[in-house]
Write a protein that binds this ligand. Structure first.
Ligand SMILES: [Mg+2]
Length: 381
């Protein structure tokens, strides 16, 4: 089998009254870059690149003009060989960020091709499924715009997740310590004590601020504190982790085995969060998982994007080992973004199945999805 072409769809939609904010900015739109890889045997693979802050056109140019010509003519089964080739040929300026997101999308599409060609779900090719369904937590609780009371709107949203069956949810923080505590307090009171509550500062604080917040968070039984400090500040992560009774999570802004090596070697976090669509795709994230498992640091992937990225993440999640293996092993949480997204579900013919707090992991070939190309046309940027 030979790769014959690589093409990327750049999708965009505005959010209108559903615009949302977090510690760094307010957004009024969603964008996605969905990559399709074709082969001479008619098997087509699909992948998605994670990025935030766009423009998605930059990722698409990297995939179509930069990476595509480097893989056309090659065997899509050679995922490790092609990954190393793509990384090495973009290494000089591409070690982190959009270039690795672009490589991730191509790599995911190649694994989709392998699975479809063999009639096997990707998780089988990754070593098998540790689980058949994913315990999902709701990512949402962003800062709503144009509402009379932010706290009231957050509480209503949080109660909605509880009623929908979620056993965990994640709140954005990073607005200042007093504001953060007021949100955490209101939500904890509203949802009760039997639901996991996580918070995410999106690297809004320095280490001393984050330590002060971590001490407050412990009073509300917060499960983990995500991205307390900027991703470059490994020493800051270590200081916060040493001083915090709440678990420290991070890694969505880190890339490849080379980047994660430092986080793992320094034991900078309690929970590593590589994003499949950003950190290097299946080929690279499985290596990151292997490194993390040697240090017994749990990997709970960061997940964001359309049904393409979600379906890929579910395949990875199936193959996620326990950290460590034991008779009654801890089951990981799966990040399920519930914030407003006009085209998240429509891009694929198949829909995810959510019931009683769990997402089913599809056992169809490849990623278990097919693109609805006619639908995509409505959102082309
Ligand atoms: Mg995050």
């Amino acid at each position: 089998m030979k790769i014959t072409g690589v093409k990327t769809y750049v999708l965009q939609a505005t959010l209108g009254e559903h615009g949302f904010g977090w510690s760094q900015r307010v957004t009024d739109r969603r964008q996605s870059a969905i990559c399709v890889v074709d082969t001479d045997e008619g098997v087509q693979g699909v992948g998605e690149a994670f990025y935030f802050g766009g423009p998605a056109e930059a990722v698409a140019a990297l995939i179509d003009d930069g990476l595509g010509p480097l893989v056309v003519g090659h065997d899509p089964f050679d995922t490790s060989v092609l990954w190393d080739r793509l990384y090495n040929l973009t290494r000089d300026q591409g070690q982190k960020g959009l270039t690795i997101s672009a490589i991730s999308a191509v790599d995911i599409a190649l694994w989709d091709i392998k699975g479809k060609a063999l009639g096997l779900p990707v998780y089988k090719l990754l070593g098998g499924a540790y689980r058949a369904r994913a315990r999902a937590y709701a990512t949402g609780l962003y800062e709503p715009q144009g509402v009379p009371s932010i706290v009231a709107a957050l509480v209503e949203e949080a109660v909605g997740y509880r009623e929908a069956g979620f056993t965990g949810m994640k709140l954005k923080v990073g607005y200042g310590l007093e504001t953060d505590e007021s949100y955490v307090r209101a939500i904890r009171e509203a949802i009760g004590d039997d639901i996991a509550l996580m918070v995410d500062a999106n690297h809004a604080y320095n280490a001393s601020e984050a330590i002060r917040l971590a001490r407050v968070l412990a009073d509300y039984d917060v499960y983990w504190f995500e991205e307390p400090v900027i991703p470059e500040d490994i020493d800051g992560y270590m200081e916060v982790r040493a001083a915090s009774d709440v678990l420290i999570a991070g890694g969505e802004c880190e890339y490849t085995r080379y980047g994660f090596r430092q986080l793992i070697d320094c034991r900078a976090v309690d929970i590593l969060q590589p994003d499949l669509c950003a950190a290097g795709g299946f080929t690279e994230v499985m290596k990151i998982i292997a490194m993390a498992s040697a240090a017994s640091i749990p990997v709970l992937p960061h997940v964001w994007g359309t049904n393409v990225g979600l379906a890929a993440a579910l395949q990875l999640y199936a193959a996620l080992p326990h950290f460590p293996e034991r008779r009654f092993a801890a089951e990981p949480f799966f990040e399920y973004d519930r914030s407003h997204h006009p085209f998240r579900d429509g891009v694929t013919h198949e829909q995810l199945s959510f019931d009683s707090g769990y997402l089913e992991i599809p056992d169809r070939p490849g990623l278990g999805i097919s693109l609805d190309v006619a639908y995509l046309q409505k959102f082309l940027a």
